[in-house]
Design a protein around this ligand. Structure first.
Ligand code: AZE
Length: 177
């Protein structure tokens, strides 16, 4: 949306949560205010037997000033009238991690290569986003395919966050096994 109104942001049409399942590697992110996942962010989405979408996510965090660890997070998605707009109820495996209730919009995805996620936590009086975050996800740990970069750049512009993203590094810090 050129006017940057949250209410004018368009999301993926006919979003198919079944096709969205599986592992997504964060390749870039725009941070919200406060504590957040720093890097090594990997999210895995799943549809439960009753049709509810759930997800787990890991990422490096620094809490209590300088305690570095991997946050193991879990989320349950509540459907809304738009299939690409969910409410995400999330919490950490450990109580000292963050919990919350955020929007979770899928702005765009081709399900097989890239996805653009967006969440506005707080709107300003004028209807623009005052505090939000966004992830660019790839199915490929190495990053986005060159073919998808133009699309993703356009979507960053659509959510009024072009130039606000930082690359998400994958160093193996949160790799299990
Ligand atoms: C998301 C993908 C789907 C599952 C979840 C996500 C969000 C996670 C956070 C985690 C914050 C943790 C902090 C810990 C100290 C969108 C990545 C749960 C917002 C700040």
């Amino acid at each position: 949306a050129q006017d940057c109104l949250v209410s004018n942001i368009t999301v993926k049409q006919d979003f198919d949560k079944y096709k969205f399942q599986g592992t997504w590697y964060a390749v870039a992110k725009k941070d919200p205010v406060g504590l957040f996942l720093l890097d090594n962010v990997v999210a895995t989405y799943k549809i439960e037997e009753d049709g509810t979408m759930t997800a787990s996510a890991v990422g490096r965090v620094i809490i209590l000033n300088n305690w570095e660890m991997c946050a193991n997070m879990f989320g349950t998605f509540e459907d809304t009238e738009d299939p690409a707009k969910f409410k995400l109820k999330y919490y950490g495996a450990a109580a000292y991690l963050q919990s919350g209730y955020d929007d979770h919009w899928v702005i765009d995805t081709d399900y097989e290569n890239y996805a653009v996620h967006y969440a506005c936590r707080e709107q300003d009086y004028d209807g623009t986003c005052l505090d939000g975050y966004s992830f660019i996800f790839s199915r490929h740990p190495e990053g986005l395919r060159p073919d998808d970069q133009k699309n993703v750049t356009e979507r960053k512009q659509d959510v009024c966050l072009l130039g606000k993203y930082r690359r998400v590094e994958h160093t193996g810090f949160c790799n299990t096994a």
